[in-house]
Each structure stands twice: as C-alpha cells, then as structure tokens.
Write a protein that binds this ligand. Sequence first.
Ligand code: C2E
Ligand code: MG
Ligand code: MG
Length: 725
Amino acid sequence: MTHEQAQKISHEVQILVVDDEPLMLTSLSRLLSGAGYQVQTARNGTEAVRHLETSPCDLVLLDLMMPGLTGHEVMDRIQAKKIDTLVIVVSGDVSIESAISAIRRGAYDFVRKPYEPDEILKRVQNALASRRLEVENRGMAKRLRRSEQWHRYLVNSSLDLIYSLDTEGRFTFVNNAVGHILGLTKQDLLGKHYSAIVHDEDVLGVAQLFNERRTGERSIRGVELRLKRTNNSQLHSLKRFVPVELNAMGMYDNDGAGQRRFVGTYGVVRDIADRKRAEETIVYQAYHDLLTGLPNRALFQDRLAQAMTQVKRNITRLAVMFIDLDKFKFVNDSLGHVAGDKLLQALASRLRSCLREVDTLARMGGDEFVLLLPNINESSDATLIAEKILLALQQKFVIDDHELFASVSIGIALYPDDANTSGNLIKRADIAMYHAKNQGRNNYQLFNYTMDAQESGRLTLVRDLRNALEHNEFEVLYHPQVDIPSGQIVGLEALLRWNHPTHGLLSPASFIHLAEETGIISPIGEWVLRTVCGHAIEWRDAGHPLVRIAVNISPQQIQKPDFADKFLGLLGEYQIDPALIGIEITESTIMKDVENTALKLRKLRDKGVEIALDDFGTGYSSLSYLNKLPIHTLKVDQSFICGLPHNTGHLSIVNAIATMARGLLLRLVIEGVETEAQLDSLVSIGCNEYQGFLFAQPLPPEKAAELLQRNHAERRIEVKVAAQA
Ligand code: C2E
Ligand code: MG
Ligand code: MG
C-alpha cells in the first residue's frame, strides 16, 4: 500500500478513545489525530456506549477502570448489541485475569499504560489492517452467498433435470425439474440408485453413462434413453416413460496428496418428448398419404420388399393389386375437389374394411391405390379379395348430400409368378389394371404375359411418336362438309394421319390418346395448325375457292393458359383471316374446366373463329351450358348415323338434336354419312349439312383443292343453267 493510500484510508477510519483521565484522553487523541485518523473521545463508559450506538466506529481504544460503566461492561454491551467494531484495551490494570477477561469479551489487543506512542500506533495499524481484511472477507462471503443462491436458483428453475450421483450411482442431488419430468419429489430420489428410474430395456445400455468418469469434451453427450415416470405426473399422465437426452460428466476432487479422486458424476437430463413427437410426425408424414392416412408409395415399397424376402424364405406367394377409381375426374370436375377428397377418404376406409390386418393398402397418388397381400397360396386368394372389394363398392357413398357410386378397376400381379423385382411387379399390376379399364371398368384382371407384349408395343409406339415430327411422318387430310340442298362444299375438316415407317398409315384413333398422355400432342397440334395455314395460303395464292377449315383440338391443348393467344398469334403470323379457320372440341374437353375454356373460346369467337362441338350426343349433351358457351356448330356423332335409316331410336335422337340446334340458332353438321338411305332419312328430319364417305373420303391437300375447284365450278354452271332456264 502506498503512503497516499494509507493516508486516505486512515482519514476514513473512525477511532473512539475512551478514558476517564482527561490527560490520557487528550494525549492519545492527539497522537492518533496526528497520525491522520478521525478521532472521537468519550470520558466514561456510558458516553462510549452511546457514541457507539449512534455512530460507526472502526476501532475503540478502551480504558478498563472507569467510574460507572467499566471497560469490561462496555465490551459486554458491544457484544450484546452486536456493534461492529474492534477494541484495543489500553489499561493500567496489568493483571493477567483482567487481560484474559478482556480477550474473552472480544478485545483485539491489549496495551499496557503507560504506553509507548510508536508501540500504540503500530498496534492500531495492525488492528485496522486486520479489520479491513475481515470486512473484505465478509463482503466476499456475502457475494459468494449471493452467487451460490443465484446458481441454486438457476439450477432449480431449469426445465432440465440436473442431478449428481455418488460413486455408487446413488442420487446426491436433484433439482426441481424432477417433478415435472418424472412426477417425483426430490425426496423420492435422493439416496436411490439411478437404475430405479431407467426403463428396464435401457438399464444395461446406460450403465457406463451414469458412471461416466470422463470430463470435458470426452464426457457423455446427447445420449437418448427412456426414464420411468410415475402416473401422478399431470403433464404426461398417460405416458409411462419419458424419452430423455443425457449429458453426464465425472466429478473429482484432490485427495490432499495431489491425486485426483473420483467422487461421483453429475449430469443434465433433457425431456425430449416434444422433439420425439415432432420427429414422429415428420417420419409419419414421410411415409403416409396425409389425405387418407394410408401408407404412401415409399412405405408400400418398403413393406413389399420385406414381404418379398418372406416369400423367398417360406416358398409362398404374394399379390400386388393396382386399384384405380373409375371416372374420378368426373366427380372432381362436377362436384369440386373437396368432394373429390372426401370420396377418396371414404373409399380408402371402405377398401380397408375388406382387408386383413397383415395387408397393406397404400395410396400412390390421385385416384390410384395399391394393395399388398402378403403370404397367399393361389391367385384365387387374391381374386377373392378383388371380388370382395368390387362387391363392397356396390354400396353408395354419401358425400355432401350427394349419393355417389364409385367403381374401381383392379389389376393383379403375383410374386414370384409375374415378376421378380418389386418395380416390375407394381408395373405389371398397373398393366393389368389398364386391361381392366379397357374391359369396361368395374372389374379385375390378373396379369398375363400377352398384356406385357401389348404394353411394350405401346412403349415403342410412344418412342416412335416422339420421333415422328422430326422425321416428317405426319400429314393432314381434308374431309369436306357438304350443304345438302346445293351439294356445295361449305367446309373442310383437317384430319391428322401418321405415316408410320412400319405400321403404315395410322388414323388418329390409334395414337392421339398416346400423344395426349405423353404431352406430345402440343407440338403435334401446332404442327397441324401450321400445316393447315400453309395450305390455306397456297390455295388462296393459286386462286382456289376458299372454305372454312376446321381443326380438331385436344383437351391438353386448350387447357394451356395461353392457348387462345397462341392460336390467334399463329394465324396472324400467316396473315390468315380467323374467320377462315374453325376449331372442333368435344364436350368432355369443355367439362374439364368450363369457366376457363369458355373464356378462351370467347376470345377466339370474338376474332371470328368458328367453334364446333364435336361428337355431340355421346357425352353430357347438356343444354344448360350450350347457351353459355360461344358455340356456332354441333357435329352429331357418327354412332347415331350408322344404324339409319332402320334404327328409329337413333333417328329420333338426331331429330331432337336438330330441333334443339334450330332453336339455339346453331349450325348442325351430321358426321359419318355413308349411304344415300342415311342421307334421305336425315333430309326427312330437316338436316341440311353433312360430312361422310358418301360424298368423299378424307383427301390429301392437292386432291382436296381439286375437288373444291370442281365443286364450285359445277355449282357455278348449275347456277348459270338455272338462270338460263
Ligand atoms: P372426328 O373429329 O369426329 O373426325 C371425324 C372422324 O370420322 C374422322 O376419323 C373421319 O375420317 C371419320 N369419318 C368421317 N366420315 C365418315 C364416314 O362416313 N364413315 C366413317 N366410318 N368414318 C367417317 P379420323 O380421321 O380417323 O379421326 C378420328 C378422330 O381423331 C377425330 O374424330 C378427331 O377427334 C381426332 N383427330 C383427327 N385429327 C386430329 C388432329 O389434328 N388433332 C386432334 N387433336 N385430334 C384429331
Ligand atoms: Mg372432328
Ligand atoms: Mg366427330
């Protein structure tokens, strides 16, 4: 300590000098004041006590023998009133008893009178240094107490269970979290062995964890285990175990000889039930279809792989069924997706009710389900289930007050009979399902190898189709539409043909659906339109008579958001009057999305594009939307014509359609007229336009142009002859 520091401290130090001898009092207080201390005086014991009770004082220099209260009595008061000060006795009483009784009463030092000034200053300094140390220690102890309280608070209010174990593995400390995590009190646990709370199945595995002797980085971190929980825990009263994560460390002290001694372990146990639940949800979602709660494709494949291994071991069979809801699109389109979803849920639970516990029903997406029947003996075991399913679906479903009947098409493939990999097995069940669809739906089909041959034929066709545009294998034929009274060609329908390198000339019926399924229809459709525009320009430039040309449009084409703009843009590119081009669409195309299709059609109509409803009579034939849509023409499907004139039922249908068309001011074109007799019966009910082989086959462009030229020339001659007559 520097001299200045000592000065400063001594200035702050308060000393009380107590003596009944005035001379003594003055000399002592001078001596101390001279040394820089703050000095107060008291001439007797009573005065001294009063002073001490009212003002802080670091040190008392106390005479023992005084009239009234003696020095000993003053010290008794100091002790009784717990006054915080040090006492140095300065006394002429030199008897040993007096000194002992002073020390017993808490005196710090004893100075004999008469004193040596240096001696007494030294004693005073010593006493004050010791007092300073004591004050500092006391402060430190207080701070320590506070910080310990703070840590105790932190430990006890921690949501994690914090514990320590002795070397035998018995609890020596647990914090409050023991209540909410395990439903126990501290007393339940203290002194108990840790194994009492560990799940029986985990006890063996965790022995080392709770006896962890390592510290620092090498201690146990993040090990998961289960602890037992008493049922009185309110939070999780139903669960008997709580999953926790354990971090544990060894504890050591020094044995005095510089050796580390293992004294137990401490650790932190975190309740990870919430995290586990979240993990479970994620895992559940990864393996289940959320709409129906059924396993999804991934889980199905897992189970299938397991079941296949079982089959190999036990020499039995298993079956995979591909189940597809028939005409689900119709439900979605007409009742909306919410009703569609409800139907899928109801269907899932009805399918499940037909199954055994061991069977796995999964949803592959959309309206496709797959079913795994492990461990069957014969294909008849599988067909029996298929029959059960078809029977169960004869009962109606009630969805939002609508009564619906749902049927399914089922394809069945057996392992190991039909395939030796899970992928092929599912694929073959799928192929069999397609055959069930082709058989008119609502039935099941067992896979056989002829189906596969057809399927691989289909795949080759898709591959060829992809190349067809590039190889320039498509062409467009034109089929005339004729006005019956005048015999004049009033329009042409553009019909696509595929010149397949090995199969020859293919009609769209054999490949359009493939082109639609694979999306190749869009570039093909564009190609058709460009080709038609090209021919139209050619004919115009050659001075041929021009009639409107109708182009068939697929649902996939019209569903593209920019369909109308692209269509009009293309006509603009060729500088063709939109009134010269028409489109033909089917009712089902419109029904896929009535609102949006209507918007696009209106856009086309406003520019003059004629819109015809193709194959009319085979679909919904609903009057209600005909009004709302910008349609100019109805084309009656040829299936109503082929039976004429004998099929009177068909004739009356055509008659009804004709009447309706007249009422709605729609143009009516009858398709597929092959005989004069058919034509006559149509004329008899007032139809005046048709398209059919009776007039001409679909023709290549040059032939079509020629026919057009001739037809119009004849017509001119006819008109001239009529005028002359
Ligand atoms: P569609 O639009 O109903 O075309 C009429 C079909 O009936 C044509 O068959 C035509 O050759 C046939 N047909 C016309 N008159 C008679 C007849 O008197 N007797 C018989 N038996 N048949 C007749 P095609 O050319 O095979 O076309 C079939 C379907 O393919 C078309 O039906 C149309 O929906 C579709 N299609 C044709 N070309 C295209 C195209 O460029 N794009 C799209 N997306 N579809 C097309
Ligand atoms: Mg057509
Ligand atoms: Mg048609």
